[in-house]
Design a protein around this ligand. Structure first.
Ligand code: BGC
Length: 363
């Protein structure tokens, strides 16, 4: 391994470990006010990267924190499902939140809280943990049981996307995250046969729904019945493996995201105005993981080197780069609102670690 990767691997693990609360929650970024929470989405990818890097105790602590968050809301979940089955419309603010304080409480500020992808991603990451370590605490299986029912009931509800925007659509990346979570549990003997069956059936339905309504030509669309492109959809290839190299959507999706949104630095989508819309290193890592799947390992290696090149002197990785920007006219307004973009972002370090681990396995 090159010296820079030895150093950045060590720094990434240390940055994540230092920013894991005693409760097990990972703060999204320590230096950025609104990111002082733990998201299911970020946290699941971070825990997976830590476990892929041999830091299983850290991952387990996060999983136990997330388990407590869900079990503390078991009744709420059951009641939402019951109401929905009775035909009641559920106001989006009544749903589970996407992020929690270190001690597992809902954040008081107004936020785009209704995002289902994080729960699917968390369940997917639990399966990764099982594949490496054998099993999970009993309480976690119980939390998953509740979440499977929740996702099965609500996957078709319009929510906010990975980027906490674009309400009013069924986002392909969110559907893919849910599908990955449902597929993950289908072989867990700890769950009831009924739960596994409904998870497997819903997985098949979501996957074919995406193939029927979520494509533009041969590639994945940003949302169902739309024509947009969003780099979050790459996750359906790797790491979620809803689509693999055997599927006709895989190469065109990788190609289009790379061509339109960038490889060495990847934009979220062309309309991104957040801090002016910079390139996200973590998205290049998703692309790198997917390039390995289609045999383009050399390009994935280039991405890994590029990500290391954008770390600052303290080996911290940012959420996004400040040049180039897609919509520079919006940058100042965000800086006035929230300060400079987040650095370090734990999720960026996590995706770097995941790409590094995948390439090390390949070598
Ligand atoms: C991103 C989310 C992320 C959050 C915390 C937001 O700006 O859009 O995907 O979960 O930051 O990192």
């Amino acid at each position: 391994m090159k010296d820079i990767h030895l150093a950045l691997r060590k720094a990434s693990i240390a940055i994540i470990a230092q920013n894991q609360a005693p409760s097990g929650a990972y703060v999204a970024s320590p230096n950025f006010g609104v990111y002082k929470y733990s998201w299911f989405r970020d946290g699941a990818f971070i825990a997976d990267a830590m476990s892929a890097s041999g830091e299983n105790q850290s991952a387990l602590k996060f999983h136990l924190w997330a388990t407590r968050v869900i079990l503390g809301r078991e009744e709420k979940i059951a009641s939402l499902i019951k109401k929905s089955r009775q035909g009641e419309e559920i106001p989006i603010d009544d749903h589970l939140h996407c992020r929690y304080s270190m001690d597992g409480k809902e954040a008081p500020e107004e936020w785009t809280n209704f995002q289902l992808d994080g729960f699917g991603t968390w369940v997917w990451s639990l399966n990764q943990f099982i594949l490496r370590n054998g099993t999970l605490p009993t309480s976690t299986y119980r939390a998953v049981d509740s979440l499977v029912a929740y996702m099965v009931e609500f996957w078709k509800s319009v929510s906010y996307d990975w980027w906490e925007e674009s309400f009013g659509h069924l986002h392909v990346a969110s559907l893919g995250s849910i599908a990955a979570g449902l597929h993950a549990v289908t072989a867990w003997p700890e769950l009831s046969e009924e739960t596994r069956k409904v998870a497997a059936e819903t997985y098949v339905i979501i996957r074919s729904f995406i193939l029927t309504h979520g494509l533009v030509g041969e590639r994945l669309a940003k949302w169902i019945d739309g024509v947009g492109l969003d780099s979050s959809t790459i996750s359906l290839i790797e790491p979620f493996r809803v689509f693999t190299k055997e599927d006709s959507v895989t190469t065109p999706t990788i190609q289009e995201v790379g061509d339109q949104l960038g490889i060495l630095g990847t934009f979220r989508h062309v309309d991104d105005q957040y801090f002016g819309g910079g390139k996200w290193p973590l998205l290049s890592c998703f692309l790198g993981l997917s390039l390995i799947e289609i045999g383009r390992t050399d390009q994935a290696e280039e991405i890994l080197d590029w990500v290391a090149s954008v770390a600052d002197e303290a080996l911290q990785l940012p959420e996004q780069l400040t040049v180039p920007l897609l919509h520079p006219e919006f940058r100042d307004e965000w800086i006035k609102r929230w300060g400079e973009p987040a650095i370090p972002l734990l999720w960026s370090h996590a995706m770097y670690l995941s790409l590094l681990a995948a390439l090390n396995t390949k070598r």
